[in-house]
Write a protein that binds this ligand. Structure first.
Ligand SMILES: [Zn+2]
Length: 422
């Protein structure tokens, strides 16, 4: 369907002359016999081409009946296209390099260049771009140029299914130049079919006159037999990605099991928190009662987790430890190379060491203080005790070397200073 231009389109005029005006049949100088007008989109705006048509003036010459178009026209846009090469390349690049969807290409063309194309027109240009790209990729001369400086090549083969249930696309790639050589969709992918692909790769390598030093794949049976048949003696190895992926599955399973175990062991946070909050509320109540007996009512109706006006600082540190541990237990970040369970274990260990440093500092400090031990969590060796206000001053010495977001030892130190002033 011809492209419909809005009536108010402002076209830039461009006249195209014939460069070589000799008649290809008899050599006489050709005459302009007609003009052809053509409108196209370019990235610089709409253009109207005025193509001067030529023919041989000699009525007896075969060049008389055939008109010739200016050579330059095909350099600007292929015949019958509504867009120039520049727009065509822009679309193809957005699609193939940036994987943009057709609606996105469509809207960007309209927003950035005021070029209005239908989605099926864009789809059609993309198909043509892919055909040209494939032809270019497989151009033997270009290939030879690229492989001039390469001594040995490394080939890989893999099948990928663009969507479930679709035929599998088998891709042969050359890894030293990171280049897709060719791809073929195979429905059944029998050993014979796969071997034909490998044989084709052999033809390419032979035509380039290069030695294949290595094959890499996921070692499916068809690849193993096919490569052994076509490339006897050439090593065939697992690809890193497949190897890691196969390894990752049992690792992640074991890791997730370890996570469950740790969560089962580290429990009782809520009990500790409730005990601290209860005591903080009671303390607040007492201090308020001393200041202003009428204010007690407000404290009683306040929710349990509301910040007490003057909380006991050690209790706050315990609550912060609980929040840190809860954060650690709920964190699921990570992957096969950084298993979340290992991260969890490392973080829990850091918390344990931090608590231990506080406890050690307490033992080294004043023994006269009345340290109130909070209810022990049901964690075996995971007990938390409350650093008291006076001892926390001595913990400040250990606080500087703990670069964690929940730098609780620092908090112990600062709260200690605060409370010692009061
Ligand atoms: Zn002629």
């Amino acid at each position: 369907m011809p492209y419909k231009w809005p009536s108010d389109t402002d076209f830039a005029l461009r006249e195209l002359d014939f460069l070589d005006r000799a008649c290809p049949a008899c050599g006489r100088m050709m005459h302009i016999c007609d003009h052809r007008y053509r409108r196209i989109h370019t990235l610089e705006g709409p253009v109207q081409l005025v193509c001067k048509l030529n023919h041989c003036p000699d009525p007896d010459c075969p060049g008389h009946a055939q008109t010739k178009s200016p050579e330059q026209e095909a350099m600007i846009a292929p015949p019958n296209w509504a867009i120039g090469w520049d727009v065509f390349c822009w679309i193809g690049h957005r699609r193939c390099s940036r994987h943009m969807s057709i609606p996105l290409i469509q809207s960007e063309l309209l927003d950035d260049y005021a070029i209005k194309l239908s989605d099926d027109a864009i789809a059609k240009y993309i198909r043509r771009y892919q055909v040209m790209l494939a032809a270019r990729q497989q151009d033997p001369q270009a290939l030879r140029r690229q492989y001039e400086s390469v001594d040995e090549i490394v080939l890989s083969i893999d099948g990928l299914q663009p969507e479930k249930g679709h035929e599998t696309l088998y891709v042969v790639r050359e890894l030293t130049q990171k280049r897709v050589w060719f791809a073929k969709p195979l429905i059944s992918a029998t050993a014979d079919e796969v071997q034909r692909l490998i044989a084709q790769a052999k033809e390419w390598a032979t035509s380039l006159n290069k030695t294949v030093s290595l094959w890499i794949s996921d070692k499916q049976d068809a690849f193993v037999t096919g490569i052994a048949a076509e490339f006897p003696g050439v090593p065939h190895r697992y690809c890193d990605n497949h190897f890691l992926r196969d390894l990752a599955k049992p690792v992640l399973e074991a890791d997730s099991h370890a996570k469950v175990q740790m969560r089962r062991k580290v429990r009782g946070l809520r009990k500790i928190e409730q005990a601290v909050l209860k005591r903080q509320n009671a303390e607040a109540l007492t201090s308020l009662a001393q200041d202003d007996p009428t204010a007690t009512v407000t404290v009683i109706v306040a929710p349990a987790n509301a910040p007490a006006p003057e909380p006991d600082s050690a209790g706050t540190v315990v609550l912060d430890y609980c929040a840190a541990v809860r954060g650690i237990l709920n964190n699921d970040q990570g992957g096969p190379l950084q298993p979340p369970g290992l991260l969890m274990a490392a973080a829990l260990n850091e918390v344990r060491e931090s608590i231990q440093r506080n406890l050690d500092a307490k033992k080294g400090g004043s023994q006269k203080s009345n340290s109130a031990v909070l209810p022990t969590a049901s964690t075996g060796d995971w007990s938390m005790s409350k650093p008291s206000k006076r001892q926390s001053e001595s913990t400040s010495r250990t606080s500087t070397r703990w670069p964690r977001p929940w730098n609780l030892e620092g908090r112990v130190a600062s709260s200690g200073r605060r409370s010692s002033r009061s």
